[in-house]
Structure formats: C-alpha cells, structure tokens
Design a protein around this ligand. Structure first.
Ligand code: GTP
Ligand code: IMP
Ligand code: MG
Length: 330
C-alpha cells in the first residue's frame, strides 16, 4: 500500500480541496477516505470549469474509478451527504462507516443557541454538541438514519485493502482541540494521527504526510491571531477571503507564522509542504506549472519556507484550477 495523508497547517482554509483534487487526478488513488471533524469544514474545488463547495464528501471525488469513503471518526449530516454525493455524481461509489456519528437537528440547534459557541464563533453545524454526545456515549451511529443504509460499509476494511490510498484531513492544525488555541478551537484533534484513526489506518502505513499551507494566513472565528490586519488592508493585498460554510469574512494575517508552522510540521510528522496561493502573493506566478519558470522573489519565498520549517515544498499552487500546480515531489 502507498498512503498519502493531507493535513491543514494553519487555521483551515489553506486550499486543501485544490491540492486533494490535484492528487486525486495525478496519483490515481483507488480509495479516497475523508477524515476530520465533520460538515464544519468547507472546501472549494474547481474541476472542469465548475466550482464545488463541499463539506462532507471527499474533495478527491474526481479520482477515476475509486471508492469514496467517510470514516467512523467523522460527524455526518445526512442531508449534506446525500446532496453532495448527487452533486459530485458519486452515488454508486460513496460509502460511510456505520459507526460514524449522526448529527441530528438537536445538535445543530444546540450549537446555534449556545453562548459558548457564539463566543468561539463556531460554524453552527452541530459538530461540537455531536462530538460531546459521542464522548458521553449518547450519540447515534449513522446506521440509525434509514436514508443512509445503502451507503453503510466497513471503512477500515476497505482502507487497509487499498493499493493507493488518499486520506483527507480537514480544518487546520491550529484549530486542534489538543494543540491549537484552546478554547478557540474545534471539537477534536486535527492532526495526522487522529486522521489515521478516523478512517481506521495504523500510523505505520502512511508514506507521505503533506502539510498544506497558504502563502499568507487566514482564520475564521474568534481567538488569538498574530499580526492581524483589517479588511481594507487585506483587500489591498488581494488576501481578503470569505468562509465557504458560513460566508463570514476571514481574518487575515499577511505573514506566515513560523513557530506555528514548525510545530505543525513536527506533530504531523509532515514530509512535504504543499504551498497554495503563491500567485495571490506573487501575481507573476499565475498559471506557472514549472518551478524553473517562477520569478526570483517567489523562489526566494519557497526557499525561506523550506529553511524555516525544515521540510521540502513538494507542491505549489499557482492558480485555482487543480492543474495550476507545480509538482516537485521526488
Ligand atoms: P480548504 O478548506 O483547505 O479546502 O480551503 P477552502 O477550499 O476552504 O478555501 P477557499 O474557500 O478559500 O477556497 C479556495 C479557493 O481558492 C478555491 O476556489 C480554490 O480553487 C482556490 N485556490 C486553491 N489554491 C489556489 C492557488 O494556489 N491559487 C489560486 N489563485 N487559487 C487557489
Ligand atoms: P466548530 O468546529 O464549528 O465548533 O467551530 C470551532 C472553531 O473552528 C470556529 O472558530 C470555526 O470558525 C473554526 N472552524 C471549524 N472548522 C473550520 C474549517 O474547516 N475552516 C476554518 N475554520 C473552521
Ligand atoms: Mg475550508
């Protein structure tokens, strides 16, 4: 087996969706497995001229003739799952582990009504209350929703039998409940080891851990955020973004947070960085697909990242399309 795991290196929204779609097309996994918290994640994936806004199904849904699985560790909203598998045309190849937790309306209402959720600025998708219920052993498995019956499967069994496996982590390392900016974090750990457990793979089986980082830093929701600038300044730099799930303006820091990135590389045992939105920081990079063709300032930025974080930049995003990618992995 050859397994690749993708994790977010900042506060989520690093552009994991685009990197995952590149890997799905080029590495041709036979199994793509979604790990992470649940539908609090939002990924924008541009594929064949269409933009898909995904919260639950794997971003690598375009991998040819693959299985698309959701692990037991993921919190599942049945409506979101059913809508997205249809949108992506993967009704026949999608599966959910029967032990995954079902998000019910009760959890969504509790997330929306809770003063603590408001303080943290959660996505109000019911993830926190559902994770709490799972920890308290009062939650239901997805198998209790009759609409999900056709999709139930044994994810660890399929994942462990895969030849080329792609595991999709969500959120970002700094939102980890264990290692992030607690209490301004999500409801569980968001590091590589937890993503392995989410889909039922032992850590020794993972070959590559790819840490996705954006050329600048954004954060949605409350909590400490180094070197933050206002919306107007972010707009001037072309860095202002809006949340995929909530539509909220993302907070912006024009710099990379080196200590956080070093910590993320260590805890995730990452062996590659995927750097996204290099073209947003250096517009002359737009659409370039060969490293040699990058302008000198962009190359110097890549070298600075490699020397400060201590691992190679294996993939570089130079545009929104999956194919706008420089691949330097050996
Ligand atoms: P993840 O949650 O990490 O998947 O990121 P996201 O999808 O939430 O981020 P966002 O909603 O900001 O969407 C990213 C958008 O930026 C998508 O439309 C991508 O196609 C696009 N994008 C990703 N990588 C690059 C890149 O390298 N350059 C440019 N110009 N756009 C990119
Ligand atoms: P929750 O996960 O909805 O409980 O939200 C907790 C915190 O994590 C809030 O600050 C959210 O904005 C943030 N968060 C959760 N998931 C994501 C994500 O996928 N991208 C960015 N921020 C997220
Ligand atoms: Mg996102």
């Amino acid at each position: 087996m050859s397994a690749t795991l993708v994790v977010g290196g900042q506060y989520g929204d690093e552009g994991k969706g685009k990197i995952l779609s590149y890997l799905a097309i080029h590495d041709k996994p036979d199994v793509v497995a979604r790990a992470g918290v649940g539908p609090n994640a939002g990924h924008s994936v541009g594929y064949r001229g269409k933009t898909y806004k995904l919260r639950l199904v794997p971003c690598g849904f375009m991998a040819p003739s693959a299985r698309f699985l959701i692990g037991a560790g993921v919190l599942v909203n049945a409506d979101v799952f059913l809508k997205e598998i249809k949108e992506c045309g993967i009704e026949k190849s999608a599966g959910i582990d029967r032990r995954a937790t079902l998000i019910t309306q009760e959890y969504i209402d509790a997330d929306a009504a809770s003063a603590n959720s408001a303080k943290i600025g959660t996505t109000k998708t019911g993830c926190g209350p559902a994770a709490a219920a799972r920890a308290s052993r009062t939650a239901q498995f997805v198998e209790s929703d009759p609409r999900l019956k056709p999709y139930l499967c044994d994810v660890p069994k399929e994942v462990n039998a895969a030849k080329r496996l792609l595991i999709e982590g969500t959120q970002g390392f700094m939102l980890s409940n264990l290692y992030g900016t607690y209490p301004y974090v999500t409801s569980k750990d968001t590091s590589a080891a937890t993503f392995c457990a989410d889909v039922g793979l032992g850590p020794r089986k993972v070959k590559d851990v790819i840490l996705v980082i954006k050329a600048y830093t954004t954060r949605v929701g409350s909590g400490p955020f180094e070197n933050e600038i206002g919306v107007e300044d972010a707009q001037k730099l072309g860095f202002q973004e809006y949340g995929t799930v909530t539509g909220r303006p993302r907070r912006t820091s024009p710099s990379l947070h080196w200590e956080e990135l070093q910590f993320a590389a260590q805890i995730n045992s990452a062996n590659y960085i995927a750097l996204t939105k290099l073209d947003v920081k250096f517009p002359a990079c737009a659409g370039i697909r060969k490293y040699e063709q990058l302008p000198a300032d962009a190359k110097a930025f890549v070298s600075e990242i490699e020397s400060k974080v201590g691992i190679p930049v294996g993939l570089i995003g130079t545009g929104p399309d999956a194919e706008d990618t420089i691949d330097r992995r050996s």
